[in-house]
Design a protein around this ligand. Structure first.
Ligand code: 13P
Ligand code: SF4
Length: 339
């Protein structure tokens, strides 16, 4: 198991998560590999999943990469180790396949903040709206949208919006604000945010940066503008991996969910990664966790992966009308991303 979080001089060591015992993980991994063969299954895992899930996955990536994998997989069963909206997207792209999610409670604060009926009511106020939905939303919201985007392609998708339409961007106002800054395109923003990313504050990231003056600061666009302003790069989780791999710097402050550190350390073993603190490091009791974790992403465990494959449950099921209507904006996104 890679130990990924180290501390700069003068700052207490961040507590490192205790994984289950090695023998237990090995036994579970063997069972999962066997089930994978029996079911002709593919295991897709998001960059925020716990290390042992990332290590047994066939593909680890960001929302865009996972959608692209889901769109092209020949497997009969998709085991989606991420959150609910991601597994729903895989189901929309594969209505005839079985899609399972290890923990059905793995939701997302952005999905919760944008109910489909409220979006439909707002859309009725302006027939010229062109709705761009960040993939972190329900299938019902996708079905109401013109096109989907992820943090990896949001700029491209917004630039491709018809010039004669008024862009309505839902549900993440921070990502929306960042894309407006990049493109200059005015947009109406839904008032939503990721509960985990808005915990990062300018002062605490700045203090860590002062202690690590050589470090590059890499920030997810779901973070607040005051934090994005400190960044050397603002990008999706997958682009973070590419940035850190190709940048000559050896130290990086990572402002996103701490699960990404496993992937970063694996791909760049000679570099040092520091989780940005979610609050002021100098006012904390020394044992408190200072890394950001998404409580939804962390619901999935290796044991639950094994169980969902054994039972083929919890399984993603959607009403046929939603499945059909949500497919077009996702396919539009995939086409625009490939162009
Ligand atoms: P990425 O697509 O950049 O991996 O982001 C997904 C997400 O949920 C960020 O919180
Ligand atoms: Fe949703 Fe935030 Fe968790 Fe990403 S980190 S899945 S945006 S709650």
């Amino acid at each position: 198991m890679t130990e990924v979080v180290t501390s700069p001089p003068g700052v207490d060591r961040f507590p490192v998560r205790q994984p289950p015992p090695r023998a237990q993980l090995d036994a579970l991994s063997r069972e999962i590999r066997l089930l994978k063969q029996q079911l002709n299954a593919v295991i897709l895992a998001h960059n925020y999943q716990v290390p042992e899930i990332q290590d047994i996955a066939d593909f680890v990536g960001d929302s865009l990469g996972l959608s692209q994998q889901a769109a092209r997989t020949p497997a009969d069963v998709i085991v989606f180790c991420g959150v609910h909206f991601m597994a729903e997207t895989a189901k929309i792209l594969n209505p005839g396949k079985v899609v399972v999610l290890p923990d059905v409670e793995a939701g997302c604060s952005l999905e919760d903040i944008c109910p489909a009926d409220q979006l439909a009511a707002l859309q009725r106020t302006n027939p010229k709206f062109w709705t761009i939905a960040y993939i972190n939303c329900s299938a019902a919201v996708k079905a109401l949208s013109d096109v989907i985007c992820t943090s990896g392609n949001a700029e491209k998708i917004v630039r491709a919006a018809p010039p004669d339409r008024d862009v309505l961007f839902v549900p993440d106002e921070n990502l929306g604000q960042w894309v407006m800054e990049q493109t200059g395109r005015p947009m109406t923003l839904w008032k939503g945010n990721c509960y985990a990313h808005v915990e990062f504050k300018r002062d605490s990231v700045l203090k860590l940066k002062q202690q690590l003056p050589q470090a590059r600061v890499v920030v997810h666009p779901e973070a607040l503008r005051e934090v994005r302003e400190l960044a050397d790069a603002v990008c999706s989780t997958e682009k973070m991996v590419t940035y850190c791999r190709t940048n000559p710097a050896s130290q990086f402050i990572i402002v996103t969910e701490s699960g990404i550190l496993h992937r970063l350390q694996k791909e760049c073993p000679d570099k040092q990664f520091y989780c940005a603190p979610v609050y002021d490091a100098f006012r904390l009791p020394s044992d408190s966790c200072r890394c950001s974790e998404c409580k939804y992403m962390k619901l999935n465990t290796l044991e639950k992966v094994r169980d969902c494959m054994k039972r083929l449950s919890p399984r993603i099921e959607l009403p046929p009308a939603i499945l059909e209507r949500a497919r077009l904006p996702i396919e539009r996104m995939l086409q625009l991303s490939a162009a």
